[in-house]
Design a protein around this ligand. Sequence first.
Ligand code: 5GP
Ligand code: ZN
Length: 148
Amino acid sequence: MTHSTNTDQENCIFCKIVAGEIAASKVYEDDETIAFLDIQPVNPGHTLVIPKDHFENIYTTPVMTWMRVQMTAQKVALAVKHATDADGVNIYMNNEAAAGQVVPHTHVHIIPRYNDDNLTLWHGTAYKDPEEMESFADKISTELKTEN
Ligand code: 5GP
Ligand code: ZN
């Protein structure tokens, strides 16, 4: 599903945070975006950046809004790194349930990382052969040519 309804917004926990109806540890706010601490951090200081308006995921977020989210994410990434004394920072986003999205309001995770935190990301696997790789490149570039 890529469209949202008023009902989605009324039930949206992040819209409630934007409206001040439920509490959040807010660290940044401007006219279009806010950033607040994730209630269940991967590491302490894990922060979420969201647009104030309700969009379900990256597919439906207007490009100018997405740009503002990224501008805030860039600012917040450096602040989180300094404030938590992190060795690095992961920035990621889940889109749709299959990718692990639980809250259907566009959000970017900013996670402080440490050399010794022993968190492992998923591992890559080689393509069967160069032809398989090329066929994925072809399909994706064809999609891009036909978009809009
Ligand atoms: P997702 O899996 O959708 O990408 O991530 C949703 C994130 O929102 C999770 O990391 C979860 O801990 C966080 N979260 C869920 N409910 C709340 C809440 O009420 N307040 C805050 N601050 N974070 C929340
Ligand atoms: Zn929302």
